[in-house]
Design a protein around this ligand. Structure first.
Ligand code: NAD
Ligand code: DAU
Length: 376
């Protein structure tokens, strides 16, 4: 006797076995930012049947220049829509025009230091924007008969769990305990996504990832900020005692984790993602100084370590983040492919070889932020 569930399960196994996901039209929000752009570039290369609509408000963190190097045949499968996730009418028109198979939601305000000065701006995008998007997606999904293969992937952060002491790891069962307006707004959006799964059955998955680094990251975040300031021989500001610890993950590995979640993850689940590479901020800045000095042939007398400067701490600064990624490893077969040393080399080499991108970014909002936040 024909059993639809067994047939579907076999079909899915066949598809996953071949690494094929039967999805063609993908909406990416916030795809002109750091992780979103890396994700889109990877997918255009690896998923030849995908058409990607990239909805991005092009805030200071969004950069259409991230797609300038795309070959024409790949660029033809990417369309950038300049718009806001808070705009319900725009969302409805996009969902009327294109039969999306999945939405990967990256769009957010993302810098903790900025959230301290602008909590309401973070609530507007990260909470109300996420809810507006969820509502538009739910309407669309219901119109299409509540298709079980549809996916809404909510890209979230380890910061929702607050701070660890010197022991232990965050996992899917860690309680929420956010410290900053940024992490509080991301926590709120995670809760809404879960509520849309439990209440309406919308096939949502939440991922909570640790600190990413790599190409195209806006230089307000620690690693690219330090790279640019080492280039210019400016002071390297390290908050507090420099002993805060982050679990660093190369961005390509995060993007691969998201693809595994999209292909094989189960609706209603959450997955914690991390590189298992814990380093204090002083260890990060020291590794970067050594690497940059070797790339720039700087002698000992000009060693960049002399620029390291301990500065006033960030209010509410979480001490340590570290992730237990065993669920995504065991259930979805994901492991990071890059060590911190490999990822850092690739990142430094990318920034050194993309001077035009760096100059363009440096001339705008970055310059203003540097002046206001670092006074130099
Ligand atoms: P980013 O700041 O580099 O990019 C954010 C993008 O969202 C930008 O292109 C911006 O223009 C766009 N955007 C902002 N507000 C918008 C709005 N209202 N409507 C439409 N687009 C809007 O951020 P990122 O580092 O690439 O982070 C992407 C996502 O991943 C975020 O949700 C973030 O919370 C999450 N995350 C980031 C990290 C990390 O280390 N960077 C780690 C874990 C999770
Ligand atoms: O953990 C995931 C999160 O990682 C993401 O959700 C956020 O969007 C992303 O911004 C990042 O948050 P952090 O606050 O950890 O990243 P940031 O690069 O701002 O800082 C990393 C560490 O470096 C943190 O302990 C603060 C410290 N720092 C940062 C800056 C910008 C400094 O010491 N000096 C600095 O100038």
């Amino acid at each position: 006797m024909f059993n639809r569930h067994t047939w579907l399960a076999t079909k899915k196994k066949e598809c996953y076995g071949q690494g094929i996901m039967q999805k063609n039209n993908i909406m990416v929000t916030g795809g002109a930012g750091f992780i979103g752009a890396n994700f889109i570039l990877k997918c255009l290369n690896e998923r030849p049947h995908w058409n990607i609509v990239n909805l991005d408000a092009l805030t200071y963190a969004g950069n259409p220049g991230n797609f300038l190097e795309l070959a024409p045949d790949l660029a033809a499968r990417h369309s950038l829509v300049h718009g806001n996730i808070c705009d319900a009418r725009l969302l409805d028109s996009l969902f009327t025009r294109t039969p999306f198979d999945a939405v990967i939601h990256f769009a957010a305000e993302t810098h903790v230091d900025r959230s301290i000065g602008d909590p309401l701006g973070f609530a507007a995008t990260n909470v109300m924007g996420a809810c507006t998007l969820l509502e538009a997606v739910k309407k669309y999904w219901e119109r299409r008969g509540c298709h079980e293969d549809f996916r809404f992937i909510h890209v979230s952060t380890d910061e929702v769990f607050g701070s660890l002491g010197s022991e232990g790891l965050f996992s899917e069962s860690s309680p929420y305990d956010p410290s900053s307006p940024y992490s509080a707004s991301k926590a709120a959006s995670d809760h809404f996504v879960r509520a849309y799964f439990r209440t309406y059955g919308l096939p949502c998955i939440v991922s909570n990832c640790s600190n990413n680094y790599g190409p195209y990251q806006f230089p307000e975040k620690l690693i690219p900020l330090l790279i640019l300031r080492i280039m210019e021989e400016k002071p390297l500001p390290i908050y507090g005692d420099g002993q805060n610890v982050r679990d660093w993950l190369y961005v390509a590995d995060h993007c691969q984790a998201l693809l595994n979640i999209l292909d094989k993850g189960s609706p209603g689940q959450t997955y914690t993602i991390g590189g298992g590479q814990e380093l204090s901020n002083l260890e990060v800045v020291t590794a970067l100084c050594d690497l940059m000095d070797s790339r720039l042939n700087r002698t000992r007398a000009r060693a960049s370590k002399r620029l390291i400067t301990l500065v006033k701490d960030r209010p509410g600064h979480d001490r340590r983040y570290a992730m237990d990624a065993s669920k995504i490893r065991n259930e979805l077969g994901w492991t990071p492919a890059h060590s911190f040393a490999q990822g850092l080399e690739a990142t430094v080499d990318w920034y050194l070889s993309h001077q035009v991108w760096v100059d363009q970014v440096r001339s705008g909002e970055y310059h203003k932020w540097e002046k206001v936040h670092y006074k130099s």
